[in-house]
Unconditional design. Structure first.
Length: 318
């Protein structure tokens, strides 16, 4: 199994690295600034979280309705590159035998998967700039095949804060945005104003584009490109002090990439430069359908030591 995963990783990364090299965007290590929370900081914008913000966000609850933001993950869910998901259910006692006078039977399950698949959170070990990650952590010093030595997602505290959903289908007047449709600071500000919400420090901001509707209908189109956030929009959100940014797409940012931009600069901007987490494949359809613009956002990710990414199922409460 390990050799299969290593082979898949190589198949995934080699083309991506070739594209990145072809982009020829020369960057200096100083492009990754030191954290405003000090040289030992590993959680970035999560420092904006506080008990006060939890209490403020809890006041948004009016109906008590909960929304699962995670997608159903199965073998057929389209994934980036050669990533895969597989689950095997096995009987704890082989052969169908029972245990004890009460005839106990049981099953367990085994996952063979990438954790950057389906609904997921990207941590700071995922993307760097010239091998330098958030808060000037050099890849050679923190990355090991057995897990990150620093910046692992086990450091992330529970994200319980105000969530904001910006419905970009309403802004653009379409049921689903087309691939390559970018939204930046101007569009973000206009959508927020139209919905009567403001983006505040400590928020989690999600975008609804309708793109998730392609899953099961046209998986090939879904996985090849997407509408999404542009670099200017990412910079704007980071300056507002948001904790995380997500969307109902597999990669958050617009693809094909913006003109004169290198590959995954939005990821670099948010993760490496500003310590803002990324949430992908967020199922925002029910929230958008109910016209919800702000809500209590709750996420407690599995604490796997040294993890780069993690499968998650955040909850919105309204």
């Amino acid at each position: 199994m390990r050799s299969r995963a290593v082979m898949a990783f190589r198949q995934l990364m080699v083309p991506a690295l070739a594209v990145a090299m072809g982009a020829a965007v020369a960057q200096d290590e100083t492009a990754v600034p030191e954290s405003p929370w000090g040289p030992d900081d590993q959680i970035g914008a999560a420092n904006y979280l506080s008990a006060e913000k939890v209490l403020e966000a809890a006041e948004l609850i009016e109906t008590g309705k909960t929304y699962s933001l995670g997608v159903e993950l199965n073998r057929d869910f389209p994934a980036y590159g050669t990533r895969f998901f597989d689950i095997t259910v096995v009987e704890s006692v082989p052969g169908g035998s029972t245990v004890g006078p009460n005839k106990l039977t049981a099953n367990d399950d085994v996952l063979h998967t990438w954790v950057g698949i389906g609904s997921q959170i990207d941590g700071f070990g995922h993307i760097g700039i010239d091998h330098v990650h958030y808060n000037n952590n050099h890849a050679a010093e923190i990355i090991d095949t057995s897990g990150l030595k620093r910046l692992g997602l086990e450091n992330l505290p529970p994200i319980v804060t105000r969530g904001v959903l910006l419905d970009m289908t309403e802004h653009f007047g379409k049921d689903m945005l087309g691939e390559g449709t970018a939204f930046n600071s101007a569009e973000i500000k206009a959508a927020a104003q139209a919905q009567g919400v403001e983006i505040r420090e400590g928020d989690v901001v999600l975008f609804h584009t309708g793109w998730l509707n392609l899953v099961g209908e046209d998986n090939k189109r879904f996985a090849q490109a997407e509408p999404g956030l542009g670099v200017d929009g990412a910079e704007y959100l980071a300056q507002q002090g948001v904790v995380a940014v997500g969307a109902d797409t597999w990669g958050l940012e617009v693809i094909p990439f913006e003109e004169n931009r290198g590959p995954y600069e939005v990821h670099q901007t948010l993760l490496a430069k500003h310590g803002v987490y990324i949430l992908e494949n967020m199922d925002t359809r029910e929230l958008a359908g109910d016209g919800v613009s702000e809500f209590l956002f709750v996420l407690g990710q599995p604490k796997v030591k040294g993890s780069v990414q993690m499968i998650v199922n955040p909850v919105a409460i309204r």
